[in-house]
Design a protein around this ligand. Structure first.
Ligand SMILES: [Zn+2]
Length: 314
């Protein structure tokens, strides 16, 4: 029996149910969140609980909130909305792309100790424990400061056993560099999930990561650049190759974020593409997969088998 840390405590992996493995319930630049909460709009708690109750009623059991401290992780908020909505919420520790200058003075072991504390003791004295570790690299690849975070996340994984999610720039095949670093630290590929993998349609690259044993987060829907339909076609190729149980579809959607008056019109248009919110995959992508000939049995297993296998280290 395997368990995963949620904000409400440990949960048997068999009870995760339909799980979205990369979302952001609340995400913002930390000082803005704390000091200028008016930028988040009216009643963030009420809006979030209403939306989560709706997705729970539609069959979503668990959501992984991929918000690191540098993206404004707020464990008390997440615990409250989980309690009020009944949705299991798994939170992460680690770091995203905005590495502060002072990290240059911290050793890898110090970073490791920070992340281990979040998993074993809990975050900021709350006792709420992280269920996953996160590192990130984007278009410029794994820079020296990001490599430090990757190595610390790897060492925290080896100490705690909780798996690793990686923000990755799939169009540049940055996952190859990230995988090499984690393997160098002794991490097994089956404990790693490469996120934003559906930002590329290069299935040869994606299959090479799956062949290694890694999991893929197909976690931008509707997303930008690659169209939603192109993303679903990519998923179909990976399913046909026998990897349905290694895929984690999700949206990378923020419920509560900064409401910018100066948001570019193109971005506002993009958001209108998804009136389904956290149900886009259930409502749209599953229909597309069915039309492409994927069986009901496989479609029904998506967002259930992949997340569970990943937490069980299969
Ligand atoms: Zn994200």
């Amino acid at each position: 029996m395997a368990t995963v840390n949620t904000v409400m405590g440990p949960l048997d992996t068999s009870k995760l149910g339909f799980t979205l493995m990369h979302e952001h319930i609340l995400s913002a630049v930390p000082p803005l969140l704390r000091e200028y909460p008016e930028l988040m709009g009216e009643n963030p708690l009420g809006r979030t609980v209403a939306e989560l109750k709706q997705v729970k009623a539609a069959g979503v059991g668990s959501i992984l909130d991929a918000t690191t401290p540098d993206l404004g992780r707020d464990v008390n908020f997440l615990a409250e909305v989980s309690h009020l909505s009944g949705v299991n919420i798994i939170i992460c520790t680690g770091w995203w792309l905005t590495v502060p200058a002072v990290f240059a003075n911290l050793s890898i072991d110090q970073l490791t100790a920070m992340f281990v504390k979040d998993v074993e003791k809990g975050i900021a004295g709350t006792g709420i424990k992280a269920g996953i570790l996160k590192a990130a690299a984007d278009m410029p690849g794994v820079t020296p400061e990001l490599e430090k975070v990757h190595r610390a996340v790897a060492r925290a994984h080896l100490k705690t056993g909780v798996p690793i999610m990686l923000h990755s720039y799939s169009p540049g095949q940055v996952g190859r560099q990230q995988l090499a670093i984690l393997k160098d630290e002794g991490v097994k590929p089956e404990r790693i999930k490469f996120d934003h993998s559906n930002d590329t349609t290069d299935t040869e690259y994606l299959l090479s990561l799956l062949d290694e044993g890694c999991y893929l987060g197909l976690d931008r829907y509707p997303g930008r650049n690659a169209s939603p339909l192109a993303r679903t076609r990519t998923m179909k190729v990976l399913i046909d190759a026998g990897y349905a149980g290694k895929l984690c579809p999700s949206h990378d959607r923020t419920i509560i974020g900064i409401q910018g008056d100066a948001t570019p019109p193109a971005e506002l248009e993009r958001r209108k593409l998804n009136p389904h919110g956290y149900l886009y995959i259930k409502n749209v992508v599953f229909r597309q997969l069915k039309e492409m000939g994927v069986s009901d049995k496989v479609i029904d297993s998506l967002c259930i088998e992949g997340p569970r296998n990943f937490f069980e280290g299969k």
